[in-house]
Design a protein. Sequence first.
Length: 241
Amino acid sequence: MILLSCLLAVCLALLHLYVRLLSPVLDAPRSPWLSLAGGAATAYVFVHIFPDLCAGQDAVLRTGWAWVAVLDRHVFLIALAGLLVFYALERAALGARGGREAPPASPGQGVFWLHLTSFGLYNFLIGYLLVNRVTPGPASLVTYFLAMALHMAGNDYGLRRHFTDSYRHLGRLVLAGAVLAGWGFGIAFQVHDAVLAVLFAFLAGGVVMNTMKDELPLDGSGNAPAFTLGAAGYAALLLLV
């Protein structure tokens, strides 16, 4: 299992390094392939991660931590926090560019470093969860990998759109390294089940936001049939596994 997770971590890192080679296929107008990938990643969240969060909720409740008594739906609030964090990042990037149709933000702007740090931690978490997930096993690992690979292709597209030169020269290298670092950390350390549930919840919120931000833009450039096909197809696959 460790060898398989290592191979998949390397594949995710290589995806960030070389997915740009597919830019003629993925670039605007919004490619149906990106919408298909976004639908699949969203289906993974709703069919796989959210049910796991219910088990994670029980793990959090069993800890007896003082702050748990203050909240009611702990892991779902963390998922909402993940969504809000990446919503704020997207708004910051759009503000720095001056709108969706404006040129990419300049490399000297702090918003690029904010995104690089945030998505670096996000990829670190994705790498960590290759080793430690709420639901273990090879089937869970492979479906998680496929969903995250599709999701990261969409993230790469969005970051290239916002920070073209900065992302090509530095950003993609950092994000590729972050996946491997997260996997290595996961091999060396295993956190408490309740902490794992919180991390998984934050990832769920991030996946939803980072997928839907490109499917529901004001200009209507998302591809609804492809998104629906991706969501329905991957949901059916998850139900069969």
